[in-house]
Design a protein around this ligand. Structure first.
Ligand code: KG4
Ligand code: ZN
Length: 352
């Protein structure tokens, strides 16, 4: 049971916070201190292990997190020049993600916190992505609009303050990263498809193919990318299937996704009146997307903020930072057993 309590005044650095990320196929560990910044971070990617299967195998992911997590914690503390006794809090990704993988990080983090008598907090993975630009010099100040584009999500969010998030738009089907991955797969590109497709697109010639910009011809901020994948499949099957054609198709697909995202970002900025745009999540590492939005910002007078590419994809640093901000605001979860002196019988969930 989550039990949020408020103890310390907000804004005071509590000291070094350990961050643990194990929601999918990356084991990430970091130490962040609000007063001193990021002290160390390490990452182990399981990509090579899952590549043989063409995608993430959840059970294998969990087992590998078990193998890698504690050595990475030791290595990260070593890099930071700290011992476990120097830690003042522990943050871990509590979701969304693969449940077995999440449990590995959560169990290790909670155990460490319990043994060291430290406060622990479960971080929302997407809040981690959203706050990753705060790891960079000259961080954004709310209010801003955030485009979160990862393997599982494509969202536009209005950020009024840290922790005050309003969902403006969401994907109706595939997430942007998922669309990259599935499109790459249908053209036989190696897993993980997104970066492979983006790399191939660099060799593609402009104007050889053109795909739709889904849902840009009607108002609203939602996304839909699954139809685009079908368009690519049909174009690819009808083509000569040469290596150059593959690159041309990849380029046209990337252009369609990037332009669609850019159109919706502009719309979100216009609707909210915000003048700052944050772009984060794995697809935020895409060079073409970064350039398109940065150029649009210069031309149209809004500021763009991106985490460095290694902090766009999953990492422990963003979890340590998000956790540190919440812990220093006095929020943490007690491992205490909860009993309730008052308890509404009608609030019980049905048994079946
Ligand atoms: O945020 P992330 O590391 O994990 C999730 O939370 O999902 O995002 C992973 C996604 C994958 O779908 C991957 O293909 C995509 O981000 N991705 C990219 C690039 N780098 C990673 N997509 C397009 N271009 C890239 N350079
Ligand atoms: Zn992620």
């Amino acid at each position: 049971m989550t039990n949020q309590v408020f103890a310390k005044p907000p804004g005071t650095s509590i000291g070094p916070v350990l961050g643990v990320e194990t929601s999918c196929d990356e084991t990430g560990v970091a130490v962040f201190d609000s007063a001193r910044g990021l002290l160390a971070h390490t990452l182990y990617s399981q990509i090579r292990m899952h590549a043989d299967y063409g995608g993430v195998v959840p059970e294998l992911a969990s087992r590998d997190h078990v193998r890698k997590l504690l050595p990475l914690v030791r290595e990260t503390l070593g890099q930071a020049g700290l011992g476990v006794d120097d830690l003042r809090g522990v943050a871990y990704t509590a979701g969304p993600g693969l449940v077995g993988a999440l449990l590995v990080g959560a169990t290790a983090a909670r155990s460490l916190a319990w043994a060291l008598d430290l406060p622990a907090i479960g971080v929302h993975h997407m809040e981690g992505h959203l706050l990753a630009p705060l790891l960079e010099p000259d961080p954004p100040q709310p209010p801003f609009v955030a485009l979160l584009v990862s393997g599982g999500h494509s969202m536009l969010i209005k950020v009024d303050a840290i922790g005050r998030y309003e969902l403006l738009g969401d994907t109706l089907d595939d997430a942007a990263g998922e669309a990259f991955d599935k499109t790459a797969k249908l053209m036989d590109l190696p897993y993980p498809g997104g970066p492979a497709l983006a790399q191939l697109a660099e060799q593609g010639r402009p104007g050889k193919f053109r795909f739709a910009r889904p849902m840009t011809d009607r108002p609203g901020l939602d996304f839909s990318f699954s139809g685009l994948k079908t368009q690519v499949l049909l174009a690819w099957q009808a083509s000569d299937r040469s290596e150059q054609t593959k690159a041309d198709v990849a380029r046209a697909f990337e252009e369609a996704v990037v332009e669609t995202l850019a159109i919706k970002c502009r719309r979100a900025l216009a609707i909210t009146g915000a003048r700052s745009l944050v772009v984060a999540g794995g697809v935020g590492a895409n060079r073409h997307l970064r350039k398109e939005l940065a150029d649009a910002g210069v031309k149209e007078g809004f500021r763009t903020y991106f985490p460095r590419p290694e902090f766009c994809t999953d990492n422990g640093a963003m979890i340590a930072l998000a956790g540190a901000l919440r812990l220093q605001a006095g929020q943490f979860e007690t491992p205490a057993i909860a009993v309730r002196p008052r308890w509404d019988l009608a609030s019980l969930p049905p048994v079946a």
